[in-house]
Design a protein around this ligand. Structure first.
Ligand code: TXA
Ligand code: MG
Length: 349
């Protein structure tokens, strides 16, 4: 567990980072900060190293990993072809929270990284500690988010420790991450690129650079479950207590909370600064300002995780407009809630 001040000059000669890179060279798994969330990194060219990631996370081995690189030479090494459209995206958004799915060059990466697919997700993180670590290691680093599978992604080293202590070789602590939700995953192998996971770079931002971008249809059609419907498929990003998304005003949310409390349940609420003063619950987590959805993204996972220290039976959470970073926020919240949505006006708007 090493603390590294990301504002220090010459990070590559920082002894703690040199030590972390040494562990990576020895094929160990080490957690490190990025601008989105903490990643659990290992040598992307080594089966033995990548195996350690899947084991520590309890991650199904058919879910491929993102490869983190520090320069475009590494990109040329890993990608079979780099279309002009992709070059334009890289120019605009790298380093940054955008993962590009490209055709993989054979024989360079561990097969376990791509989970047998002929594509690979690559990104260049915009975090000085992450970049310094990749450079020191000298190879591309495979890294999923550094949480136990199913939990919210970690935005502090403390979150990583809570999930993975004793299971990994070390944690590089670079303080709180910035964006707070993961990178946007963009499939660039089709004629029209498709967002597979909304994230730190918005659809609107992408379209400004390359024109039309599609949203994976699976992302939009799932948000229609009825209250109390059992979680569809599987819950992700989830605290221990069940989460319900509430689409309605403050009095509606308060009524839902009060009904549960009258039943003797302990109720948690995830609210914004704008409504925090009006909501009464047993535990209230404030997740940023509605007037600035970037602040909500930044605080989201910490808010969800905060209930795991509290004795709550159920969590009600505000919903957000699906514009800009709101798309990523709602995607994560729907997964955390297993698609349980309670609408004040269910018949439509
Ligand atoms: O911000 C982030 O992306 C963080 C930090 C650590 O970089 N990483 C992250 O990794 O969120 P992970 O493993 O938790 O999520 C990677 C996502 C998964 O949904 C995975 O299925 C998808 O990217 N993915 C990876 N490779 C893919 C591929 N070749 N084709 C389609 N999807 C892929
Ligand atoms: Mg993840």
């Amino acid at each position: 567990y090493w603390f590294v001040d990301k504002t220090v000059e010459n990070l590559q000669s920082y002894p703690q980072l040199v030590e972390a890179a040494q562990l990576l060279k020895e094929k160990q798994a080490v957690a490190f900060p990025t601008e989105t969330v903490y990643g659990l990194g290992a040598d992307a060219t080594s089966d033995e190293a990548v195996d350690k990631i899947y084991k520590a996370k309890g991650r199904p081995s058919d879910n491929p990993l993102i490869v983190h690189i520090a320069d475009e030479v590494q990109l040329e090494m890993l990608a079979e072809e780099i279309p002009d459209m992709v070059r334009a995206l890289i120019k605009a958004f790298w380093p940054g929270p955008l993962t590009l799915i490209l055709k993989v060059k054979k024989g360079k990466l561990s097969q376990k990284v791509t989970a047998g697919l002929d594509t690979v997700g690559i990104r260049m993180p915009a975090h000085p500690v992450a970049l310094a670590l990749i450079r020191l290691a000298g190879f591309p680093i495979a890294a999923p988010s550094a949480n136990r599978s199913g939990k919210p992604s970690p935005t502090t080293a403390g979150h990583v420790r809570r999930d993975l202590d004793g299971k990994i070789a070390g944690i590089v602590d670079g303080g709180e991450t910035g964006v707070g939700v993961e990178s946007t995953v963009l499939d660039c192998t089709a004629d029209t690129p498709v967002i597979l996971r909304p994230g730190g770079i918005t659809k609107e931002q992408l379209e400004e650079v390359i024109g039309e971008v599609q949203l994976d249809p699976g992302l939009e059609n799932e948000n229609v479950a009825r209250p109390k419907a059992p979680g569809m498929k599987y819950t992700h990003y989830a605290p221990n207590a069940p989460v319900y998304l509430v689409d309605g005003g403050v009095p509606f949310m308060q009524r839902l909370i009060d009904e549960r409390r009258e039943n003797g349940e302990n109720v948690g609420a995830v609210v914004t600064e704008e409504t925090a003063g009006e909501i009464r619950a047993d535990t209230v987590a404030v997740c940023g300002r509605r007037s600035s959805l970037e602040t909500v993204a930044h605080h989201l996972y910490d808010s969800l995780r905060s209930f795991d220290d509290q004795d709550v039976d159920v969590i009600f959470c505000e919903t957000f407009p699906r514009k800009g970073i709101g798309q990523a926020i709602m995607n994560r919240l729907e997964k955390a809630a297993g698609h349980r949505l309670i609408s004040e006006n269910p018949s439509g708007r």
